[in-house]
Design a protein around this ligand. Sequence first.
Ligand code: ATR
Length: 288
Amino acid sequence: MIDGRTRTCGLIGNPVEHTMSPAIHNTLAQAMGENLVYVPFPVPQGHLEEAVKGAWALQLSGLNVTVPYKSQVIPFLRELDPLAEKIGAVNTLVRTEDGFKGYNTDMPGLYRAMCRDGVSIEGERVLLLGAGGVARAVAILLLEKNAREIVLLNRTPEKAEQIAAEVNALAGRQLARALALSDYVTLPERERYLAIQATSVGMFPHVEDAPLEDPDFYRRVHTGYDLIFNPAKTKFMSLVEAGGGRACNGLKMLLYQGVIAYELWTGATVGRKLEETAYQAMKQAMGI
Ligand code: ATR
């Protein structure tokens, strides 16, 4: 029941119509007895600063930030969490005494999702497909969580090289290297890798596409983690399974970036049972 004490959180982005976040947050608030509502706010280009200031003035407790504002929002924040600073992208704002503090819960969300799926990063040799903003963030997560080796594979190898150089500078050693997609053939044949799919290839409606089609690539993969959640089973995942590996999608990452944001806004810890409740609500909102 909304009353005079209801706290508001929300999402700023453009567009925001297809977000699943209200299903996650409103389900959690209801289940936990928190007097809080979560609302999407479309913010037209050129109005981001006003939106952040207005949200502050309206006493909003927190915001999520989505495309295209995840980096653009940073100058309007009072404080930045160190991980968000390294990644250079913020998806969660938390109200503090004198402004909003920016966090990135996408990568901690991916990490929690991988933990729940029983996929570990520490000590792993990882093939990271892609070199866009998402792949760059994943590369930093892999560094933070002590992957043994990171091989960045991208259609445009120069972009992968740039990320590898950044990661190596942060690591202080040669942790990451870059290859063109087709150069996976130069990887040692006996190795089995965790492959993280961070390109946009295979996303609805292009469900028949995968960044690599060659079965020889997939034979090297023990686990394939696709960050795409629509479709729930991508071509990449089917190819991983055909090669004898285990495949996961990005649905749980989506859930946990929300769960972690909710925990930051409320100070509550969302238990396993409520995680599951929110997961079901999110999938229902998606029609799956
Ligand atoms: P995001 O912010 O989601 O990471 P992005 O920065 O546009 O989005 O990055 C998209 C990624 O998907 C890039 O790695 C891109 O490869 P390029 O760097 O070569 O552009 C990859 N990608 C997109 N379409 C692709 C395609 N048809 N084949 C292979 N890779 C593709």
